[in-house]
Each structure stands twice: as C-alpha cells, then as structure tokens.
Design a protein around this ligand. Structure first.
Ligand code: BYC
Length: 338
C-alpha cells in the first residue's frame, strides 16, 4: 500500500543488499545522520539513512511525481481549444514542463531504491495518492488561467521550501521545478488580466472559475496540522520546512492583493484582515469533500486514472523500441570490444 508502509524495492531490479552492521555501528550511523540534519546538511543517495526517512521520502516524492503527470490532464484538455496560437503554444510548453517535472521527481525517488515501474504500477492500480486538485474538471478557458494563477501559485508556495529539503536529489530537482512553476503562475495570471479587460462575459467566466477553484486550492496544502500524521517527522527531518497550515496562510496572504489587482472576489465571506495576527482570517474548508476526493471519489478521479492508464498502454511500443535499440547498441559495443 502506498502510505507509510510503502515497500521500498521491487522485483524489477537487484534488491538492495542489507548492510550488516552491529547495533554499535547502527547507533553511530544514526548519530551521524542526526548530526547532518541538525547541521542543516544534505543527505545523499549513497549515505546511510533510517528506513523511516527513506520510506517517507519515497512516499512524498512519488506522490509529487504522480501529481505532476496527472496534473497534465486537466489543462491538456484545453490544448486543442486554446483561443489563439500564442495561448496554445504557451499551454503546450506548460503541460510539457509538468511532464518533465514528473520525470525529475521519479528519477529522484529512484535514487532511494524504488523503481519507476513500481511507482507507476501503484498509480495505475489506484494505490498511490496524487494531489486532490487534479480531480476537478476544467469547464472553461478561464479555468486554465486560474489553474496557472492559483494551483501553480499554491504549488510554488509549497515547493520553494522543498528546494532546501534535507534529501539532496529531491532538493536539487525542486530548484528547476520552481523556476518553471514561477513561469506557469505568471502566464496564468497574465492570461486572466487580459480576460478581465475583455467583455462582461469574459469577466464573469474568470469569476466563476475563481469561485470553483479557490477552496480546492486551500485544501491542496493538506489537512490541518492537528490532523496531519506525517508532519511532525517530515519537519524534524528537514523534509518539510513549514507546516500545512503555515503554507496555507502564506498563500492566502499572498493571493488577496493579487485578486484585488485582477478585480475578482475570493468566494469567502469570512476572509478579512486580522491586524492582531498580521494575517488574513479565512473561513472553514470542507475537509469531508477533500477526503472523499483523496480517497478516489472526486468528480474526475476515475476519468483521470483511466486516461493515465491508456496513455501508458499506448506508449508501450515506444518503451519497447527504446529498449530494443539500447540492447542493439550494447550488443554492438560488446562486439566491437571483442
Ligand atoms: N492531495 O500528513 P499529511 C502541482 C495526503 S503538484 C492528496 O499532511 P504530508 C502541480 C498525504 O499524502 C502538487 N493527498 O502528509 C502539478 C497523506 O497520505 P499518506 C503536489 C493529500 O506528506 C502540475 C495524508 O493526506 N505537490 O502542484 O506531510 C500542474 C495526510 O497528510 C493531499 C506535492 O506533492 C492532497 N492535496 O503533507 C500544476 C508537494 N494533502 O501518504 C501544479 C510535495 C495531503 O500518509 N508534497 N494528502 O497515505 C508535500 O509537500 C506533502 O506531501 C503534502 C502533504 C503537503 C502534500
């Protein structure tokens, strides 16, 4: 099961050899690991690490990778219907970037001893989680702009701190991901600014999209801190640098002024500045709806998974051809060396 009990390693690769060490050596390695974390150092793939740290990273990084590739689907849906060549080119580039993010992240997870086949199998059989946000439909062109502005905006808020994650391969992958996400966020906001200068119908379309996505974006940061079983260890190990609620608050504080410039209303009557806290207060999130979606019962869960599985099956011939080519090359090199 893809959760805390995720099994690292599978039948598709040489199993990791257990390292035989005495409990004294074990204690020394753990002390070195703890010292590195306390010193804000980086753990690398070849370094010793506690099993629970490895499992947590595989869980989080693979969930993140799945989110990137499933995240291609709601927007990909609009490539053929983009309103101009310019918008189509931008959207193609963005969706392609998300596929690239998935690849960096699968590669980072593989350094921990799991395989891409295993991770994809978990996704395709519905055992793996991916971000709740991608289980909602994109009903109009304004949804594409709002995804860029709010969904990618939430993603950046969550992912910038991951550039300082204690696991080196994940942290390094996130540097490039964040640069690209920043472009995604700006293109979304710019496209909405243009629509807001258009007709009444276009403005209404933007407002409707904001109304539908706002609460889902707040939920994206994960359950409240008190109900977040993984946060304590994630924070202690320097994987997470801010809690779910802290990031959600930062997001709300950043978005309110942007909404004013855009000229849209955020659909929350309880949203107001709290001078005492120095933050915006906001209303209650529907966590029942969030969990229903995370557990496979959102509006598009089945459709997303079916599309993803079909894409994988349709791509089988490419993987077969690439493998056959690699085998041929290896045989040729062997022949030349003989
Ligand atoms: N959706 O203890 P918690 C993107 C799960 S990519 C589904 O707080 P943690 C983008 C959580 O996995 C967006 N499940 O967990 C892409 C856990 O379940 P398990 C993805 C969620 O790990 C393309 C349980 O709830 N970003 O934005 O400490 C285009 C309890 O949660 C969600 C990342 O993955 C959710 N929203 O914190 C555009 C970033 N939230 O595994 C945009 C990296 C929670 O115990 N990940 N769950 O069964 C993280 O930062 C953390 O994993 C999370 C959750 C903040 C998401």
């Amino acid at each position: 099961m893809y959760t805390q009990s995720f099994t690292v390693g599978d039948g598709n690769q040489a199993p990791q050899k257990p390292i035989p060490f005495t409990s004294q050596q074990d204690a020394e390695r753990l002390a070195a690991f703890d010292a590195c974390i306390a010193d804000d150092g980086r753990i690398e793939a070849q370094d010793w690490m506690p099993d629970a740290y490895r499992k947590t990273l595989v869980r989080q990084i693979s969930q993140h990778a799945h989110s990137e590739i499933v995240g291609m689907l709601p927007e990909g849906n609009w490539i053929s219907r983009a309103p101009s060549l310019k918008r189509k080119a931008i959207l193609i580039a963005k969706v392609q970037d998300e596929g690239g993010h998935g690849l960096y992240l699968y590669a980072a997870a593989e350094t921990l001893g799991t395989s891409r086949d295993q991770m994809l199998n978990d996704l395709h059989t519905g055992r793996a989680k991916y971000s709740s946000i991608f289980n909602y439909p994109t009903l109009t062109w304004a949804d594409v702009g709002v995804i860029g502005w709010l969904v990618d905006g939430a993603a950046i808020m969550n992912q910038i701190p991951l550039c300082r994650c204690s696991y080196g391969p994940y942290a390094r992958a996130m540097v490039r991901v964040c640069k690209e996400e920043s472009f995604h966020q700006r293109q979304g906001y710019e496209s909405l600014l243009v629509m807001m200068q258009g007709t009444d119908g276009q403005r209404a379309m933007v407002q409707d999209a904001v109304n539908r996505w706002w609460w889902k974006c707040l939920a994206m940061f994960g359950p409240p801190d008190a109900d977040s079983p993984n946060s304590a260890l994630g924070m202690r190990w320097g994987i997470k640098r801010f809690s779910n609620d802290e990031l959600r608050q930062k997001f709300v504080d950043a978005i309110v002024p942007q909404a004013k410039v855009l000229g849209v209303t955020l659909p929350d009557p309880d949203l107001k500045w709290n001078a005492e806290r120095g933050h915006y207060d906001y209303g209650a999130i529907d966590w029942d709806e969030f969990w229903a979606t995370v557990n496979g019962n959102g509006p598009c869960n089945r459709e997303r998974l079916a599309t993803r599985v079909k894409a994988h099956e349709d791509g089988q011939w490419v993987r077969d051809a690439a493998l056959a080519h690699a085998r041929k090359q290896a045989a040729r090199r062997q022949q030349e060396a003989a």
